[in-house]
Ligand binder design. Structure first.
Ligand code: NIG
Ligand code: FE
Length: 408
């Protein structure tokens, strides 16, 4: 396939793009992209296009072409709504106080335990459909609402089924240590042993139900020693660590992520300079989730400072029913520009090349480069600045996954 008449091609180089390199997204006017076997075979100014039969042509009509967006942190699949907690928070309660009064993750856990694998799939399909329409071609999905070995496996198998049932490529993460379920109240260490049990991890790794292992390591969740136990056990089964770190408080989670060579440390609203330096030294991607701050009304992570510290910053929705019921990665980019002062090129890099790095796929996804998967989005607007300047307005015209038009 040949995409021609591209008004502006946003050339994102392969990630991870660290620090100042996040500004290396360039724009190429009057461009074309040639695709062969699902991969980018050539890109450049139209006048330089090698003359041969590239197959069917797609007219970008003077719009912008970007790499497919990668949502590198979501809690899909889940079922049910927590809009009552949304209202309680508006009326003055906090995320933590609701969690400590028995609400929060436990409410979704009850719903997920009651749901069948098929129901988890059915409720998630429309959500993924809307994400596809917003330009997402790859999405990380976490378990973490089952909180028993069988229910965690049910969630991971639902992710596997969802991966085969629609065009977005799904990257599964095991987040068994997401919250302490009611039946383990006062026995957190026993729960940690149950949810990182040898048989469970063997099944997950053996059936390739997850690539990563994540833990919610924070005040009100699990401490550093407990997180370490789970992540080290996961590592022995080939599950690479990720970590929910420094979201509600600074308890040392970021340093643990760096020490274990985690692929990403996520949230980081309360990270300090020492934590950032540790992540930079370890090459761990900093995943910032501005939708969570926006949705909970808590301070934003200081992404500018992370970039100044030389970190590769990625952005994601954190899509979940409690702290960020947000499916739109373009909205997240708008918030990142307006509230975190990311430049449009940096925000795009954060949702493409660096998001690819946060899921260990930077060699294949998230860039406009020969040999990379032809995951591309055509926008009906000229330039990424014009795009990010208009929050809440969909500008996606066509979505391409591995060289195939998958939306509309
Ligand atoms: O990333 N921080 C922990 N987990 C989710 C929230 C999950 C929920 O409230 O259901 C998060 O914010
Ligand atoms: Fe999360």
């Amino acid at each position: 396939m040949l995409i021609h008449n591209i008004g502006e091609l946003a050339v994102v180089p392969p990630g991870p793009l660290r620090g100042a390199a996040m500004r290396s997204v360039t724009s190429m006017a009057d461009a074309a992209v040639a695709i062969e076997d699902g991969r980018i075979a050539w890109f450049g100014p139209r006048r330089d296009l090698p003359q041969r039969d590239w197959g069917p042509a797609l007219d970008a009509e003077g719009g912008t072409v970007i790499p497919g967006l990668i949502d590198c942190h979501t809690h899909i699949p889940f079922v049910g709504s927590r809009s009552h907690e949304f209202v309680r928070r508006i009326a003055g309660e906090t995320y933590l106080s609701i969690m400590q009064s028995g609400g929060g993750i436990r409410v979704t856990t009850e719903a997920v335990r009651r749901a069948t694998q098929e129901q988890l799939v059915a409720e998630s399909l429309p959500r993924l459909g809307r994400m596809l329409a917003s330009g997402v071609t790859t999405c990380e999905c976490k378990s973490g609402y089952g909180l028993t070995p069988q229910d965690e496996l049910k969630q991971l198998r639902a992710i596997r089924d969802l991966g085969g049932g629609q065009p977005i490529e799904l990257i599964p993460t095991f987040l068994g240590a997401h919250a302490l379920p009611a039946e383990f109240e006062g026995r957190a260490d026993a729960f940690i042993d149950c949810i990182s049990d040898e048989t469970l991890l063997k099944t997950i790794a053996g059936d390739r139900l997850a690539r990563f292992c994540d833990v919610f390591c924070d005040r009100g969740a699990f401490d550093v020693a407990q997180a370490r136990r789970v992540l080290e056990r996961g590592l022995r089964h080939g599950l690479r660590p990720k970590l929910h770190a420094d979201e509600l408080a600074q308890i040392g989670a970021t340093r643990l992520a760096a020490e274990l060579g985690a692929v990403s440390a996520d949230h980081l609203e309360h990270v300090d300079d020492g934590g950032m330096a540790a992540l930079a030294a370890a090459g761990t991607v900093a995943v910032v989730l501005p939708g969570t701050s926006f949705f909970l009304g808590i301070p934003h992570a200081d992404a500018r400072r992370m970039i100044a510290a030389g970190l590769a910053v990625a952005l994601a929705t954190d899509c979940n029913p409690g702290s960020s019921m947000i499916e739109s990665l373009p909205l997240i980019m708008n918030i990142a520009c307006c509230q975190l002062r990311l430049l449009p090129g940096e925000a795009l890099a954060a949702c493409t090349a660096n998001a690819a790095a946060a899921i260990g796929e930077a060699h294949r996804l998230g860039a406009i480069a020969p040999g990379f998967d032809a995951d591309l989005v055509v926008l009906d607007v000229l330039g990424i600045a014009e795009w990010m300047y208009t929050p809440g307005r969909s500008r996606v015209r066509t979505v391409i996954k591995r060289g195939r038009v998958v939306w509309p």
